[in-house]
Unconditional design. Structure first.
Lengths: 138, 138
DNA sequence: CTTGACCTTAAAGTTACCTTCAAGGATATG
DNA sequence: CATATCCTTGAAGGTAACTTTAAGGTCAAG
């Protein structure tokens, strides 16, 4: 795969792929013909993995730590274990936050589903602000 | 409320509150005695609202646009309507993404719940990488 | 009356990209 | 086979949303 093919497959821009490559999260090979970066299916797996953990709030550095060892087939990925074990509570609570937010937004937006044209009125915008004006479960 | 009291109530740092204030998303009053910023309960509502829409991928500028008009009690919040109406599809799809990610992470992490000590083994880390190595629904 | 924890501002640093630049290779059309 | 359009590279600069630093003012406790 060329850089923009991988980018399209993973739903990101070519620049983002290049960025991850610069930062050492992806390890493409060089095409000796033209010097282009060549990515394989493992790169795509890693790219998807990166997206998931970025959504969960992990930094690229942490993800690099996870990927660096996890993709090696050895059984004692102690570093990955440490990182994940430490972050697990935050991951779980972040998932809970997402779920809570999803439900609240779904409820808040449901009021619009039946408005004429599906366009919110000013009153409903204020209503949404009220609906969402409670602390996120932290 | 002082800046760090509001920060604690909203689950962010004092610096984040100051940042939102600088950017015009919060409008505290000045304590004439000492020049400190004073925030009220509406500030807390706005802060919670900001958190929700930040999680949904809105920029501070967009949120400022929403808050600027939505908090006024007039009926024709046309700007807010425009912003929300335009972003509604993305909001919905982003909620779907969150839900999908939550389920996948829940499933992937469930394998750890029963491991000795609840600590993931290297094999399970690799397993997680495999489990998450599919494109997010875009 | 000083120590420590809080507040203020402005400015610089950080993270994770995104955009732009110049130089050059690849592929399609006339 | 020239020309246009697209792709590639590295390096550099820009941006958003914080975060940290610096230098100082405020305030309650001991």
């Amino acid at each position: 795969m060329k850089v923009s093919e991988l980018a399209q497959a993973g739903g990101v821009t070519a620049e983002t792929v290049r960025h991850y490559t610069r930062e050492g999260l992806l390890h493409p090979q060089r095409d000796p013909q033209n010097g282009y970066q060549r990515y394989d299916n493992e790169s795509l797996s890693r790219l998807c993995f990166i997206q998931c953990f970025r959504m969960l709030g992990f930094s690229l550095g942490e993800i690099k730590g996870l990927l660096g060892e996890a993709m090696q087939e050895n059984i004692s990925c102690s570093k990955s274990q440490d990182i994940l074990a430490n972050q697990l509570p935050q991951v779980r609570s972040r998932i809970k936050e997402f779920q809570a937010l999803s439900e609240r937004m779904d409820q808040a937006l449901e009021a619009w589903r039946d408005t004429p044209g599906g366009v919110p009125t000013g009153h409903l915008v204020s209503q949404l602000v009220d609906d969402l004006s409670q602390p996120v479960i932290v």
